[in-house]
Structures are given as structure tokens and as C-alpha cells.
Ligand binder design. Structure first.
Ligand SMILES: CC(C)(COP(=O)(O)OP(=O)(O)OC[C@H]1O[C@@H](n2cnc3c(N)ncnc32)[C@H](O)[C@@H]1OP(=O)(O)O)[C@@H](O)C(=O)NCCC(=O)NCCS
Length: 154
């Protein structure tokens, strides 16, 4: 059963506080998830890199979205929600916020790559208005998979 859930808040992470929770979500979500050092490097480049976190009503970190603003493009590099908190709308809130911030900062397009086999993420992005722009065959390893390049106008 999935309980409909309101009350997600999304904010940009500006300091090391809460980074452990972000790293824990990445480790629980990806085989070769980003390390703490990689997230720290993001925080050191605030001109380009935006690290958003989504919080539940108790203030705990439920997930994150890492994005780069390059010229007029918002590149979503990584997004994950803690396994126990999935299917409650947290990713939808995160994507909506990241796209809104990209638009506010002058981006006209959002782009990302997703595994062809990642049904959950593809449905999430499809519902957020992304369409397939291209394919990178066998781009991913462990396991091998195509990357779909998705994009949408902002
Ligand atoms: C993909 C992921 C971020 C979705 O997070 P989530 O918080 O569970 O997603 P939401 O609850 O906001 O769901 C939004 C929509 O996405 C789709 N979706 C999410 N999980 C799904 C699943 N397991 N199966 C099918 N569709 C799914 C649905 O369309 C859903 O809308 P609905 O609940 O009204 O049907 C999460 O499963 C995750 O962290 N996966 C591992 C990391 C990952 O694959 N990241 C994406 C890399 S590009």
C-alpha cells in the first residue's frame, strides 16, 4: 500500500550539514553511488552545481537531486529517494522544484540520462514532461544498459 503524502519540502543544500544523510541515500540507491567527496565537490561549486534535498514533515532528508546549470541548460546528474520513503511523491516534489529553480535561474531546457531499464525513473520523468532525445547504446555497466537522453523545455 502506498499512502498519499503531502508535506515534502525541497531546499538547496548549501553546507556540509545533512551530507551524511544524502550519501546514505546515494549508497542505498546505486551500485556505484556518489561518494561523500563527490558531493563535497558539488558544494564547492555553487555557481554551477545545485544540490537539492527533499525533506519529510519531521525535517529528515528523504532524498536528493544533483543538478548543474550550464549556460541555459539544467543537467540533472543524479536523483534518489531513500528506499523506505519511495512511492510517496518525494521525487515528484524534487523534480518539480529543480525544474522551477532551473527556469528561475535562466535555463530554457532540462536534460538528463536514465537507464533504459529504469522503469520507475522513466515514469517519473515522463510524468514530468520529459521526452527521449537520444540513446547512448550500452553506456552503463554493472549491469550493461543503454542510456536514454531525456529532455524537456522549461
Ligand atoms: C526513481 C525514484 C527516484 C522515484 O522516487 P519516488 O519518490 O518513489 O517517486 P514518486 O513517489 O515521486 O513517484 C512519482 C511517479 O514516478 C513513477 N514511479 C515512481 N516509482 C515507480 C515504480 N517503482 N514503478 C513505476 N513507476 C514509478 C510513478 O509514475 C509515480 O507517480 P504515481 O505514484 O502517481 O504513480 C526512486 O525509485 C529511486 O530513488 N530509485 C533509485 C535511484 C534512481 O533510479 N534514480 C534515478 C536515476 S536517473
Amino acid at each position: 500500500m502506498r499512502a498519499p503524502r503531502d508535506g515534502w519540502t525541497v531546499e538547496r543544500l548549501g553546507a556540509l550539514q545533512d551530507l551524511d544523510a544524502v550519501v546514505a541515500v546515494a549508497e542505498a540507491s546505486f551500485l556505484n553511488g556518489w561518494t561523500r567527496a563527490m558531493f563535497v565537490r558539488e558544494l564547492e561549486r555553487p555557481d554551477t552545481a545545485h544540490l537539492f534535498v527533499v525533506r519529510g514533515s519531521a525535517g529528515h532528508v528523504a532524498g536528493y537531486c544533483s543538478a548543474w546549470l550550464v549556460s541555459d541548460e539544467l543537467h540533472i546528474n543524479g536523483l534518489a529517494i531513500a528506499p523506505a520513503l519511495r512511492r510517496q511523491g518525494a521525487a515528484r516534489a524534487l523534480v518539480r522544484h529543480a525544474l522551477g529553480e532551473g527556469w528561475r535561474l535562466g535555463a530554457s531546457e532540462a536534460l538528463l540520462e536514465v537507464r533504459r531499464s529504469n522503469r520507475a525513473a522513466r515514469r517519473l520523468y515522463d510524468a514530468a514532461g520529459f521526452t527521449v532525445r537520444g540513446v547512448r547504446p550500452r553506456y552503463y555497466v554493472q549491469p550493461v544498459d543503454d542510456a536514454l537522453i531525456l529532455g524537456r523545455r522549461l
